[in-house]
Design a protein around this ligand. Structure first.
Ligand code: IMP
Ligand code: MG
Length: 180
């Protein structure tokens, strides 16, 4: 796997510090509230598991699956939800977590779905924010790192469902992006 890496974009240490920074902010914002964290599968799994262990108060956890079919940058691409929430979020303080916001289609779709369950508050958090390709009007409330156009993998992010287990965020060698 490591031999496929062209360049490390964000190191393990940088991610660790950033996750700590975000969790400190979440502690301030959600202490004494009724937090339900919802991770968008599968990409958020790694950041979600690191983040929740930094939160010292009682909270609920759920996940929701989402997939975008077609090229996610084309207007025809459609995001569909692959699973439903199991926790009742009505009247609760909900925070959605994803690995990356790109066009914004995924987060917008999940926000729309969760809103229909009448949470008390609803905010969004992403590890990576790629602003250059946004097609939807949505900005996350909590962002780890702003990133450029390069497709990245690792720390939960995949290419063809591989590389999620790299402990850092990296760009692959060009030949790896065409291999199936
Ligand atoms: P959006 O719906 O266009 O905002 O894209 C969000 C989803 O696309 C993320 O949850 C990722 O699964 C995927 N994605 C977008 N950019 C990348 C990337 O650079 N690497 C890996 N996955 C990505
Ligand atoms: Mg994803």
């Amino acid at each position: 796997m490591k031999e496929d890496v062209e360049k490390v974009v964000t190191t393990e240490e940088e991610i660790r510090q950033k996750v700590q920074e975000i969790s400190r902010q979440l502690v301030k914002d959600y202490k004494g509230k009724d937090l339900t964290l919802i991770g968008i599968l599968d990409g958020s799994l790694v950041v979600l598991s690191d983040l929740i262990r930094q939160l010292p108060f009682s909270m609920r956890l759920d996940t929701i699956g989402a997939a975008t079919y077609g090229n996610s940058t084309s207007p025809k691409a459609e995001t569909v939800l692959l699973s439903q929430l199991r926790v009742d979020v009505e009247g609760r303080d909900v925070l959605l977590i994803d690995d990356i916001i790109d066009t914004g289609k995924t987060l917008s779709k999940v926000v729309e779905d969760v809103k229909s369950c009448n949470p008390r508050t609803l905010k969004t958090c992403v590890l990576l924010n790629r602003k250059s390709r946004r097609s939807e009007e949505i900005e996350p409330d909590y962002t780890g790192f702003e990133i450029g156009d390069d497709f990245v993998v690792g720390y939960g992010l995949d290419y063809n469902n591989c590389y999620r287990n790299l402990p850092y965020i990296a760009v692959l060698k060009p030949e790896c992006y065409t291999r199936r």
